[in-house]
Design a protein around this ligand. Structure first.
Ligand SMILES: Nc1ncnc2c1ncn2[C@@H]1O[C@H](COP(=O)(O)OP(=O)(O)O)[C@@H](O)[C@H]1O
Ligand SMILES: [Mg+2]
Length: 244
């Protein structure tokens, strides 16, 4: 039996994590706690699906017997850094951060185009935050598929992933990069601008607008970028793009 070493991710988590060394390989064990069976089977199903669809995700292994209560998932340990770690590191240059953001948007635009073509919800990440993307061997790997989406409308779910991602990026690298970041987004989705129009449509509806403005006031106190501000810039850029 191999020894499990506790692993503590920087972010709060509902699961317990362990590092496992076996035959000179390192694995990460995710041990589910709340709604464990449901989370475990969803995570496994999604990892398999994303891999088959051509996206980078950690490999997982079914044949490990551990001294842990079921269910647990044994995965390839990606010894890279999360984008959250990289973006919040002040010693990393903005040029490099912006290059990574562009790489990320290009990877997302490919996936979202595929998702929209097939109305495929499974290709939308339900918990798009920067702790769930790992840069490993120069490739962006996606992790954390245990959640179900609360949004039932496909296009709204797609729009939400993009606006959440932009908000999380800007809240780490700083609001002064809003224009630059959103320009990269438009550039990466040039051939699929209808996806970005969905972001505007679903984030900036007449009724939701008032809530965003109220929310914006609350977020402003903490100097956070709001969905409302992001969509204002996106709307302007899309308009400029149209007339150019
Ligand atoms: N396969 C992996 N390789 C390396 N680190 C990982 C891997 N999976 C998860 N992590 C680390 O553990 C953290 C939490 O994992 P995650 O699956 O996102 O669980 P949670 O649902 O608790 O957010 C991640 O943010 C990352 O830092
Ligand atoms: Mg996570």
């Amino acid at each position: 039996m191999s020894k499990l070493e506790a692993f503590h991710p920087s972010r709060n988590t509902d699961s317990a994590f362990y590092i496992l060394e076996r035959s000179q390989k390192t694995y990460l064990v995710k041990h589910y706690k709340k709604n464990a069976e449901e989370r475990y089977s969803r995570e496994k199903r999604m990892l398999k699906y994303w891999k088959e669809s051509g996206y980078h995700v950690p490999l997982f292994y079914d044949d490990f017997e551990l001294e842990l209560s079921q269910p647990y998932l044994v995965m390839q340990f990606l010894s890279g850094k999360t984008l959250a770690e990289i973006f919040s590191d002040e010693t990393v240059s903005y040029d490099y951060k912006l290059k990574l953001i562009e790489k990320l948007f290009i990877s997302c635009s490919k996936r979202h185009t595929q998702a929209l073509q097939n109305l495929d919800r499974e290709l939308i990440h339900r918990d798009m935050n920067l702790d769930n993307i790992i840069l490993y061997e120069d490739k962006l790997y996606y992790i954390d598929f245990e959640h179900e989406s609360k949004v039932k409308v496909f296009k709204k779910q797609l729009a939400k992933e993009i606006s959440t991602l932009c908000r999380r990026i800007l809240n780490l690298i700083g609001p002064e990069y809003t224009e630059e970041t959103m320009t990269l987004l438009v550039k990466s989705y040039t051939h699929q601008l209808k996806i970005l129009h969905l972001v505007v449509k679903f984030s900036y509806g007449r009724i939701s607008r008032i809530f965003h403005m109220l929310g914006a006031r609350e977020n402003k106190k903490h100097n956070l970028v709001t969905k409302y501000e992001i969509v204002m810039v996106l709307k302007k850029l899309l308009k400029e793009h149209k007339s150019s």
